[in-house]
Design a protein around this ligand. Sequence first.
Ligand code: ZN
Length: 624
Amino acid sequence: MIKIISPKAVSLALVAAMASIATCAHAQSVSAPVMTLVVDETQAAQRIAFVHEEIRVRPGSLALSYPLWIPGEHGPTGPTENFAALRIHAGSATLLWTRDLDEITTIHVEIPAGTDRISVDFDTLLENTISGHQLLLAWNSVVLYPRGIDKRQLMIEPAIVLPPNWQQGSSLVVTSRTGNQVNFAPLSLERLIDSPVLAGEFFRAVPLSASWPAELDLTGDSQAAVDNANDANALHLFNNLIDQDHAMLGFRHWQTMHILVSQSAARPFDGLEHEDPPYNAIGDAGLSKKSQLQKFGWPLLAHEQSHSWDGKYRRPAELYSKSDYQGPERTSLLWVYEGLNEYIGWLLATRAGFNDAEYMRDYVARTTANFAGEPGRASSALVDTATENWIIRTVDSGWASLRRGQDYYDEGGLIWLLADVQIRKQTQGRFSLDDFLRSFLGQRDTGPIVATYTREDVEAALATICPYDWHTFFETRIYQVNSKPPLEGLEAAGWHLVYNATPNNEVFDSELNLITYYGAYSIGINVKKDASIADVWPGTPAYDAGLGPHMTILAVDGQAYSDDVLNEAIARPQNGKISLLVRNFDTVKTYEIQYAGGVRYPHLEQIPGTHDYLSEILASRNYK
Ligand SMILES: [Zn+2]
């Protein structure tokens, strides 16, 4: 784990100096912010931004920090490596700075007597550029902020300088535009970091006509991508999405929802939640393609915006540092923040019509089958995948089933499905998890604030909807090792997992993971586009044959490798075996897989004679 010291390690003298600045800040009105921040993005296409800050200070020691624990990223992921060329001045005098030896995202500078203002300039490298035509300004990547002032109180007056003729969309209030510089109303550091700006040469702001005020702010890499954004009925789907939010959650924590969507081949899939402007990247002209809207409906477009409630307004107390962004924070409750939100995304995307119920069942079948083939479950509890999420998030996919992946998302979703069915059964259909969501995440209309919770709060809120031993429910499934595949939710909802020869739908991350052949459910390997083995499942015929990740398949039963050739060999093995010619490092060798089970893909099948809760759960609701 990365060692990050707590602010108490900062010298007492520094704390005293900061306290005096804090007092100064508290005394100021909103119109007199502690600092101004101008981000020059005119050279965004070169992948560089120039930052200029003016900060009111008092003489003495000053500590400035570059945000490290980024909200929504659940780890110390601030791009410190791209923060460069720092220069600090008091008038014309250059002030020397030093980096904190323990907390390396903090720098120290001595403010001379008689100085009440400093200027801070630095460059942000390689961040925020989407393509030559678009950028997403994440303010955490362009701010160095004074320590010792609560992030909810530290007022900043921000501005962005855009390339000529570019436009921007965000939840920020524009006060003026001077040439290419857009000036925004002052706001707290916390609100600023939660309010990214999407800008582009080709930009459109489209008001939605849903039951709550909402707007789609979209960019593309061509005028056509922006003009044709509704070809696949995207606006209708987003209207439905907001209406389904309304039906499910009842209350909101924003005035107008700005849904930011960038369309570029340079960023095929990305997203980050914010209390108001959720950000989504859906590939080139994605809004005009039905397949993209279907594929990215639940894991992205529904998911990021429902985080406004689950994760932003309601946030685990352990994952919310009230004062600053330097951490450390704890992530064990991501089975609520992400797991519950995953479940909400399945529901909202299907209820809004981004996909149909059959499409969602196909995804759920696949993810459940992946858990069923995961030997790591026998040694690690689900909560462990949440606790170490930022370590496992970006690792190589090899041997993932032993390490376990970010299972708190989808296995979390399956456990919340079980909770939903439990509530429906026990209350004879009078209540459902929707009622818990409304009481726990909706609560009442508010501005963009954070209301924290603990595990005990979650269990108590569930019990008010449906009295039950929710502590044991979560303890046995999340906090204790549970080697059984998580089938209970599906079976309680009237469906079970079956395998047949029909391939599953394309998965949402197929363009990123490059896997083109899914043989994990049959012989035990998944294969990438370049014929290299992405992963091998332990205990399968491929594992027993000696295969491992990163080996490259050259031939199958004497024929040059292709996905079709491998599929045919799995469908009709010769004498119960499949012969693979494989390159591993500098060796080429034949591996014989003993297998006669045919092609297998996971699907859901209704259990005869049972109540079909799953279809009820996925059906759209009326918000009135
Ligand atoms: Zn999420």
